[in-house]
Design a protein around this ligand. Structure first.
Ligand code: DAK
Length: 264
Protein backbone atom coordinates (compact mmCIF):
# COMPACT_ATOMS: atom_id res chain seq x y z
CA UNK A 1 0.00 0.00 0.00
CA UNK A 2 1.36 3.42 -0.89
CA UNK A 3 -0.98 5.71 1.01
CA UNK A 4 -2.43 3.66 3.87
CA UNK A 5 -0.51 2.18 6.81
CA UNK A 6 -1.92 -0.50 9.08
CA UNK A 7 -0.47 -1.78 12.32
CA UNK A 8 -1.87 -3.84 15.17
CA UNK A 9 -1.04 -3.15 18.82
CA UNK A 10 -2.54 -5.82 21.08
CA UNK A 11 -6.21 -5.93 20.08
CA UNK A 12 -6.27 -2.49 18.44
CA UNK A 13 -5.74 -1.85 14.73
CA UNK A 14 -4.37 1.55 13.71
CA UNK A 15 -5.09 2.78 10.19
CA UNK A 16 -3.07 5.81 9.11
CA UNK A 17 -3.83 7.72 5.92
CA UNK A 18 -0.32 8.44 4.76
CA UNK A 19 -0.30 11.10 2.06
CA UNK A 20 1.24 13.86 4.10
CA UNK A 21 2.46 15.98 1.17
CA UNK A 22 -1.15 16.52 0.09
CA UNK A 23 -2.35 16.82 3.71
CA UNK A 24 -3.74 13.28 3.41
CA UNK A 25 -6.33 14.30 0.81
CA UNK A 26 -8.50 11.43 -0.43
CA UNK A 27 -7.86 10.46 -4.03
CA UNK A 28 -9.18 7.28 -5.68
CA UNK A 29 -6.09 5.32 -4.70
CA UNK A 30 -6.40 6.26 -1.03
CA UNK A 31 -10.06 5.23 -1.09
CA UNK A 32 -9.21 1.88 -2.73
CA UNK A 33 -6.42 1.23 -0.23
CA UNK A 34 -8.66 2.12 2.70
CA UNK A 35 -11.28 -0.30 1.46
CA UNK A 36 -8.71 -3.08 1.03
CA UNK A 37 -7.27 -2.37 4.50
CA UNK A 38 -10.69 -2.72 6.11
CA UNK A 39 -11.25 -5.99 4.21
CA UNK A 40 -7.96 -7.28 5.62
CA UNK A 41 -8.65 -6.58 9.31
CA UNK A 42 -8.55 -9.84 11.29
CA UNK A 43 -11.75 -9.62 13.29
CA UNK A 44 -10.73 -12.55 15.47
CA UNK A 45 -7.75 -10.61 16.78
CA UNK A 46 -8.72 -6.95 16.54
CA UNK A 47 -11.52 -5.47 18.65
CA UNK A 48 -11.27 -1.76 17.93
CA UNK A 49 -9.82 0.42 15.16
CA UNK A 50 -8.26 3.87 15.25
CA UNK A 51 -8.25 5.98 12.09
CA UNK A 52 -5.78 8.86 11.89
CA UNK A 53 -3.69 10.89 9.44
CA UNK A 54 0.07 11.03 8.99
CA UNK A 55 1.93 14.07 10.33
CA UNK A 56 0.95 16.76 12.79
CA UNK A 57 -0.90 19.12 10.50
CA UNK A 58 -3.73 17.26 8.90
CA UNK A 59 -6.09 14.38 9.49
CA UNK A 60 -7.60 14.58 6.00
CA UNK A 61 -7.85 17.90 4.11
CA UNK A 62 -10.73 16.63 2.00
CA UNK A 63 -11.30 14.83 -1.22
CA UNK A 64 -8.50 15.46 -3.72
CA UNK A 65 -9.45 18.71 -5.42
CA UNK A 66 -6.90 18.17 -8.21
CA UNK A 67 -8.43 14.81 -9.12
CA UNK A 68 -11.99 16.11 -8.83
CA UNK A 69 -11.39 19.25 -10.90
CA UNK A 70 -11.34 17.38 -14.22
CA UNK A 71 -14.16 14.91 -13.59
CA UNK A 72 -17.14 14.67 -15.91
CA UNK A 73 -20.64 14.29 -14.39
CA UNK A 74 -20.47 10.50 -14.72
CA UNK A 75 -16.97 10.35 -13.28
CA UNK A 76 -18.00 12.65 -10.41
CA UNK A 77 -20.84 10.29 -9.60
CA UNK A 78 -18.51 7.28 -9.72
CA UNK A 79 -16.01 9.05 -7.44
CA UNK A 80 -18.83 9.89 -5.02
CA UNK A 81 -19.95 6.26 -5.02
CA UNK A 82 -16.41 4.99 -4.40
CA UNK A 83 -16.11 7.30 -1.39
CA UNK A 84 -19.56 6.54 -0.08
CA UNK A 85 -18.96 2.78 -0.34
CA UNK A 86 -15.79 3.09 1.78
CA UNK A 87 -17.43 5.43 4.28
CA UNK A 88 -20.41 3.09 4.66
CA UNK A 89 -18.03 0.15 5.11
CA UNK A 90 -16.36 2.09 7.91
CA UNK A 91 -19.66 3.10 9.50
CA UNK A 92 -21.01 -0.46 9.40
CA UNK A 93 -17.68 -2.07 10.30
CA UNK A 94 -18.46 -4.75 12.91
CA UNK A 95 -16.09 -3.31 15.55
CA UNK A 96 -15.89 0.30 16.80
CA UNK A 97 -13.74 2.82 14.95
CA UNK A 98 -12.28 5.85 16.73
CA UNK A 99 -11.22 8.82 14.59
CA UNK A 100 -8.11 10.43 16.10
CA UNK A 101 -8.34 13.75 14.29
CA UNK A 102 -4.84 15.21 14.31
CA UNK A 103 -5.35 18.44 12.37
CA UNK A 104 -7.45 19.53 9.36
CA UNK A 105 -10.66 17.56 8.89
CA UNK A 106 -12.19 19.41 5.97
CA UNK A 107 -14.80 18.29 3.45
CA UNK A 108 -14.23 14.57 2.92
CA UNK A 109 -11.99 14.66 6.02
CA UNK A 110 -14.80 15.85 8.25
CA UNK A 111 -17.06 13.33 6.51
CA UNK A 112 -14.78 10.34 7.04
CA UNK A 113 -14.42 11.24 10.73
CA UNK A 114 -18.21 11.28 10.98
CA UNK A 115 -18.35 7.74 9.55
CA UNK A 116 -16.40 6.62 12.60
CA UNK A 117 -18.14 5.75 15.86
CA UNK A 118 -16.25 8.24 18.04
CA UNK A 119 -14.20 11.37 17.30
CA UNK A 120 -11.45 12.78 19.50
CA UNK A 121 -9.07 15.46 18.27
CA UNK A 122 -5.90 17.42 18.85
CA UNK A 123 -6.04 21.06 19.93
CA UNK A 124 -4.94 22.20 16.45
CA UNK A 125 -7.76 20.33 14.71
CA UNK A 126 -10.10 22.20 12.40
CA UNK A 127 -13.40 20.90 11.07
CA UNK A 128 -15.49 22.15 8.19
CA UNK A 129 -17.51 21.45 5.07
CA UNK A 130 -16.12 24.02 2.60
CA UNK A 131 -17.76 22.46 -0.48
CA UNK A 132 -20.22 25.22 -1.37
CA UNK A 133 -17.22 27.53 -1.80
CA UNK A 134 -15.94 25.07 -4.43
CA UNK A 135 -19.27 24.99 -6.23
CA UNK A 136 -20.35 21.55 -5.05
CA UNK A 137 -22.35 19.98 -2.24
CA UNK A 138 -20.69 17.73 0.33
CA UNK A 139 -20.51 14.41 -1.50
CA UNK A 140 -19.43 11.83 1.04
CA UNK A 141 -22.44 11.99 3.33
CA UNK A 142 -21.72 15.37 4.99
CA UNK A 143 -25.24 16.74 4.67
CA UNK A 144 -26.60 13.59 6.26
CA UNK A 145 -24.15 12.73 9.03
CA UNK A 146 -23.40 16.27 10.24
CA UNK A 147 -27.09 17.03 10.71
CA UNK A 148 -27.55 13.78 12.63
CA UNK A 149 -24.55 14.50 14.86
CA UNK A 150 -24.89 18.19 15.71
CA UNK A 151 -28.50 18.93 14.72
CA UNK A 152 -29.92 20.44 11.54
CA UNK A 153 -29.47 24.10 12.54
CA UNK A 154 -25.77 23.90 13.32
CA UNK A 155 -25.11 21.61 10.33
CA UNK A 156 -26.87 24.03 7.99
CA UNK A 157 -24.88 26.96 9.38
CA UNK A 158 -21.57 25.14 8.90
CA UNK A 159 -22.43 23.87 5.41
CA UNK A 160 -24.10 27.04 4.03
CA UNK A 161 -21.35 29.37 5.32
CA UNK A 162 -18.45 26.98 4.53
CA UNK A 163 -16.88 28.25 7.75
CA UNK A 164 -14.31 26.04 9.45
CA UNK A 165 -14.50 25.56 13.21
CA UNK A 166 -11.70 24.96 15.69
CA UNK A 167 -11.37 22.07 18.13
CA UNK A 168 -12.99 23.89 21.07
CA UNK A 169 -16.08 24.73 19.03
CA UNK A 170 -16.24 21.17 17.68
CA UNK A 171 -16.26 20.01 21.29
CA UNK A 172 -18.94 22.52 22.28
CA UNK A 173 -21.34 21.42 19.53
CA UNK A 174 -20.72 17.72 20.15
CA UNK A 175 -18.86 16.94 16.94
CA UNK A 176 -15.95 15.56 18.98
CA UNK A 177 -15.94 13.90 22.39
CA UNK A 178 -12.65 15.29 23.67
CA UNK A 179 -9.70 17.52 22.75
CA UNK A 180 -6.07 16.72 23.62
CA UNK A 181 -2.68 18.36 23.06
CA UNK A 182 -1.36 16.97 19.77
CA UNK A 183 1.38 14.95 21.52
CA UNK A 184 -1.19 13.18 23.72
CA UNK A 185 -3.81 12.38 21.07
CA UNK A 186 -2.66 8.91 20.03
CA UNK A 187 -2.09 7.77 23.62
CA UNK A 188 -5.60 8.92 24.46
CA UNK A 189 -7.00 7.13 21.41
CA UNK A 190 -5.14 3.94 22.32
CA UNK A 191 -6.30 4.15 25.92
CA UNK A 192 -9.92 4.46 24.80
CA UNK A 193 -9.49 1.70 22.19
CA UNK A 194 -7.91 -0.66 24.72
CA UNK A 195 -10.74 0.11 27.14
CA UNK A 196 -13.23 -0.92 24.46
CA UNK A 197 -11.16 -3.98 23.50
CA UNK A 198 -11.23 -5.16 27.13
CA UNK A 199 -15.03 -5.46 27.07
CA UNK A 200 -17.02 -8.42 25.83
CA UNK A 201 -16.61 -8.25 22.04
CA UNK A 202 -19.96 -9.69 21.00
CA UNK A 203 -21.76 -7.25 23.30
CA UNK A 204 -19.75 -4.30 21.96
CA UNK A 205 -20.47 -5.27 18.35
CA UNK A 206 -24.16 -5.69 19.10
CA UNK A 207 -24.27 -2.27 20.79
CA UNK A 208 -22.77 -0.67 17.67
CA UNK A 209 -25.34 -2.40 15.49
CA UNK A 210 -28.21 -1.46 17.80
CA UNK A 211 -27.25 2.22 17.94
CA UNK A 212 -26.55 2.56 14.21
CA UNK A 213 -29.61 0.66 13.04
CA UNK A 214 -31.84 2.18 15.71
CA UNK A 215 -30.98 5.71 14.57
CA UNK A 216 -32.53 4.99 11.16
CA UNK A 217 -35.94 3.83 12.39
CA UNK A 218 -38.79 4.71 14.78
CA UNK A 219 -38.31 4.21 18.53
CA UNK A 220 -40.61 1.15 18.43
CA UNK A 221 -38.55 -0.48 15.70
CA UNK A 222 -35.31 0.56 17.43
CA UNK A 223 -36.32 -1.05 20.69
CA UNK A 224 -37.20 -4.24 18.78
CA UNK A 225 -33.72 -4.20 17.20
CA UNK A 226 -32.19 -3.83 20.67
CA UNK A 227 -34.29 -6.70 22.06
CA UNK A 228 -33.01 -9.04 19.35
CA UNK A 229 -29.36 -8.03 19.81
CA UNK A 230 -29.70 -8.24 23.62
CA UNK A 231 -31.08 -11.77 23.27
CA UNK A 232 -28.22 -12.70 20.96
CA UNK A 233 -25.72 -12.12 23.78
CA UNK A 234 -27.18 -14.88 25.95
CA UNK A 235 -25.58 -18.30 26.02
CA UNK A 236 -22.34 -16.79 24.70
CA UNK A 237 -19.15 -17.46 26.62
CA UNK A 238 -18.86 -13.69 27.11
CA UNK A 239 -22.20 -13.47 28.88
CA UNK A 240 -21.53 -16.50 31.06
CA UNK A 241 -18.03 -15.35 31.96
CA UNK A 242 -19.02 -11.71 32.49
CA UNK A 243 -21.96 -12.41 34.77
CA UNK A 244 -20.18 -15.31 36.48
CA UNK A 245 -17.28 -13.06 37.30
CA UNK A 246 -19.56 -10.45 38.81
CA UNK A 247 -21.30 -13.02 40.99
CA UNK A 248 -18.00 -14.48 42.13
CA UNK A 249 -16.73 -11.05 43.07
CA UNK A 250 -19.87 -10.56 45.13
CA UNK A 251 -19.33 -13.77 47.06
CA UNK A 252 -15.70 -13.05 47.77
CA UNK A 253 -14.40 -9.60 46.82
CA UNK A 254 -10.81 -10.77 47.20
CA UNK A 255 -11.29 -13.12 44.25
CA UNK A 256 -11.44 -10.46 41.58
CA UNK A 257 -10.65 -12.29 38.38
CA UNK A 258 -9.95 -10.89 34.94
CA UNK A 259 -12.37 -12.36 32.47
CA UNK A 260 -10.94 -13.49 29.18
CA UNK A 261 -13.83 -12.65 26.91
CA UNK A 262 -14.24 -14.84 23.86
CA UNK A 263 -15.39 -13.97 20.39
CA UNK A 264 -18.19 -16.53 20.55
N1 DAK B 1 -6.88 18.13 -2.36
C1 DAK B 1 -5.67 18.07 -2.96
N2 DAK B 1 -4.55 18.60 -2.47
C2 DAK B 1 -4.65 19.26 -1.30
C3 DAK B 1 -5.88 19.37 -0.60
C4 DAK B 1 -7.04 18.76 -1.17
N3 DAK B 1 -8.22 18.76 -0.58
N4 DAK B 1 -5.66 20.09 0.52
C5 DAK B 1 -4.35 20.39 0.52
N5 DAK B 1 -3.74 19.90 -0.57
C6 DAK B 1 -2.33 20.02 -0.94
C7 DAK B 1 -2.03 21.42 -1.46
O1 DAK B 1 -2.38 21.52 -2.82
C8 DAK B 1 -0.53 21.48 -1.24
O2 DAK B 1 0.10 20.75 -2.25
P1 DAK B 1 1.43 21.35 -2.99
O3 DAK B 1 1.01 22.66 -3.54
O4 DAK B 1 2.44 21.46 -1.89
O5 DAK B 1 1.76 20.31 -4.03
C9 DAK B 1 -0.34 20.71 0.04
O6 DAK B 1 -1.50 19.90 0.19
C10 DAK B 1 -0.24 21.62 1.25
O7 DAK B 1 -1.36 22.46 1.25
P2 DAK B 1 -1.26 24.06 1.43
O8 DAK B 1 0.01 24.57 0.88
O9 DAK B 1 -2.52 24.64 0.91
O10 DAK B 1 -1.20 24.16 3.03
P3 DAK B 1 -1.71 25.37 3.93
O11 DAK B 1 -1.20 25.09 5.29
O12 DAK B 1 -1.38 26.68 3.31
O13 DAK B 1 -3.30 25.27 3.92
C11 DAK B 1 -5.43 24.08 4.08
C12 DAK B 1 -3.92 24.14 4.51
C13 DAK B 1 -6.01 22.78 4.58
C14 DAK B 1 -6.17 25.25 4.72
C15 DAK B 1 -5.49 24.20 2.55
O14 DAK B 1 -4.60 23.23 1.97
C16 DAK B 1 -6.87 23.96 2.01
O15 DAK B 1 -7.73 24.84 2.07
N6 DAK B 1 -7.09 22.76 1.42
C17 DAK B 1 -8.32 22.43 0.80
C18 DAK B 1 -9.36 22.16 1.85
C19 DAK B 1 -10.69 21.86 1.25
O16 DAK B 1 -11.33 22.72 0.60
N7 DAK B 1 -11.15 20.61 1.44
C20 DAK B 1 -12.40 20.19 0.96
C21 DAK B 1 -12.22 19.56 -0.36
S1 DAK B 1 -13.79 19.31 -1.10
C22 DAK B 1 -18.43 14.46 -4.16
C23 DAK B 1 -17.47 13.68 -3.56
C24 DAK B 1 -16.65 14.21 -2.63
C25 DAK B 1 -16.73 15.53 -2.27
C26 DAK B 1 -17.69 16.30 -2.87
C27 DAK B 1 -18.54 15.77 -3.80
N8 DAK B 1 -19.28 13.89 -5.11
C28 DAK B 1 -18.74 13.10 -6.13
C29 DAK B 1 -20.61 14.42 -5.26
C30 DAK B 1 -15.81 16.05 -1.33
C31 DAK B 1 -15.38 17.30 -1.42
C32 DAK B 1 -14.27 17.81 -0.62
O17 DAK B 1 -13.76 17.18 0.25
Amino acid sequence: MEFVLYEVKDAVGIITINREKALNALNSQVLDELSATLDGVDLNAVRCLILTGAGEKSFVAGADIGEMSTLSKAEGEAFGKKGNDVFLKLEKFPIPVIAAVNGFALGGGCEISMSCDIRICSDNAMFGQPEVGLGITPGFGGTQRLARLVGAGMAKQMIYTARNIKADEALRIGLVNAVYPQAELMDAALKMANGIAAQAPIAVRNCKKAINEGLQVSIDEGVAIEEKLFGDCFETEDQKAGMGNFLKKKDDPTKVKVVSFQNK
